[in-house]
Design a protein around this ligand. Structure first.
Ligand code: SF4
Length: 437
């Protein structure tokens, strides 16, 4: 997927995308509104979203919703990965049913990691930390053991084709079929949470980095293609189109009955397979779409509501640039000791001036400082983080003591996680779902 300026967003590339404004403009990503009072929204660490209004509608109307994420069982969980789980825990506190996919099929295919090893890594490096961070019981599953996602990915693969995947992902004739399968399996991971036996159609939020946007767009499109009722805004009124070539009368009549019960006046057009909702405005779209998805789920096993996404900024590595396991000192693993974390922070690049005199005179630049990001991304106390920012800018704060303070904060957090680890491992049965068959 290319921007007008030729940049390509590709989930398999290691490039970083720092020009978030440009991405918003060129990819039609929307900014979040002020609905969510959470530090990642307040500080614009979540800089964009797609379809989050479904989530807001569900929360306002006390309708159950899902939050979904996945983990690749390789390497170590680090502070950058933690941000996604922070969000998942936040959405869970708002009432979300949480699902987490362990991508052991992908780690086997791409990195040759056996399923046993993947399980071990997933539990010890990731899931134990999720629980220690405050994740409440939820549904964590291994892709290799989940019949729902495997069979759904087979169904979803019929909703896309090679030319679409080539244009989204830049695939070529020599691309591995794995690059064809992987986005479909991810779509199945997200959409299966809306299958009838798991609660049916619901708003589903997926917190991701911008590099995952191609997957998000594809799964949203696929969800739409599977729907029988296609709800559109036309001239600020709602029109509904019924997919298929059968006699649409029953589907039209049942939709009119559902909408009538909520006070909507509908005008059917059987020839055009359409319903026009007379007393509606564009603002009714979410309500009507969600009502019709539930009605549709009586006749369509795959009546999914398009998933929503939040896009979070990527935390900068301690050496500048990306956090990468190939540069071990660029990141802090959640299983690092306080001493290891402190050593890495002491050697981090900063936005400070060359000399203390200059720093006092001109102030530092926290906006480009990875050490400041440790405060900004991992401390929810706005007053404290603002004070650090202002002291740095005002030349009151020097980089040496600032690093030590950041290291103390992060080490304290790591110590708490380490202390809780055994207790968290003892709770796994409340989280891991058994192999489905
Ligand atoms: S004082 Fe702290 S926030 Fe400011 S540039 Fe130095 S390390 Fe970064």
């Amino acid at each position: 997927m290319h921007t007008q300026s030729g940049v390509m967003i590709n989930p398999w590339s290691s490039a970083q995308y720092f020009d978030y404004e440009k991405l918003i403009k060129e990819f039609g990503i929307q900014r979040p509104d002020n609905y969510f009072d959470y530090f990642m929204f307040r500080r614009h660490l979540i800089f964009g979203q797609r379809g989050i209004d479904y989530l807001e509608y569900s929360i306002k109307n006390k309708i159950k919703f899902n939050a979904m994420t996945g983990l690749m069982p390789s390497g170590k969980m680090h502070l950058g990965n933690k941000l996604t789980i922070d969000q998942i825990i936040y959405f869970q506190s708002l009432g979300a049913d949480v699902y987490i996919a362990v991508a052991d099929l992908e780690s086997y295919a791409t990195r040759g990691i056996s399923f046993d090893k993947a399980r071990n890594i997933a539990i010890n490096e990731y899931i134990a930390n999720y629980i220690s961070m405050g994740l409440k019981p939820c549904r964590i599953y291994f892709q290799s053991e989940n019949y729902d996602t495997q069979s759904l990915s087979f169904v979803l693969s019929n909703e896309t084709n090679m030319s679409e995947l080539k244009s989204i992902y830049g695939l070529t004739d020599s691309s591995s079929i794995l690059h064809v399968n992987a986005p479909i399996i991810q779509a199945a991971d997200v959409l299966h949470t809306q299958l009838g036996h798991l609660g049916g159609p619901r708003a589903t939020i997926v917190p991701v980095g911008i590099d995952q946007d191609p997957h998000i767009r594809l799964m949203r499109d696929i969800a739409k293609r599977l729907r029988v009722y296609n709800v559109k805004i036309e001239d600020n009124k709602i029109s509904i189109y019924i997919k298929g070539s059968d006699d649409p009368a029953d589907k039209i009549n049942s939709a009119i009955s559902v909408l009538g019960n909520s006070g909507y006046e509908c005008m059917p057009n059987y020839e055009y397979r359409a319903i026009y909702v007379k007393n509606s405005t564009g603002e009714d779209k979410i309500k009507i779409d969600m009502m019709l998805a539930i009605e549709e789920s009586r006749i369509n096993d795959y009546a999914f509501i398009e998933p929503s996404a939040t896009f979070q900024k990527l935390e900068t590595g301690l050496k500048g640039g990306k956090m990468s396991s190939s540069v071990p000192d660029s990141l802090i693993s959640l299983n690092d000791t306080g001493e290891e974390a402190t050593r890495k922070i002491k050697h981090a690049v900063t936005g400070g001036k060359q000399t203390i005199e200059e720093q006092k005179k001109y102030g530092g630049n926290p906006d480009i400082c990875p050490v400041f990001e440790l405060y900004k991304y991992h401390n929810s106390n706005d007053k404290y983080v603002t004070r650090v920012y202002e002291e740095c800018k005002g030349g009151v704060r020097m980089c040496g003591p600032c690093k030590i303070e950041a290291a103390e904060n992060i080490s304290g957090m790591l110590k708490t996680l380490a202390e809780k680890k055994d207790e968290s491992l003892g709770k796994l049965d409340d989280y891991l779902i058994k192999r489905s068959s």
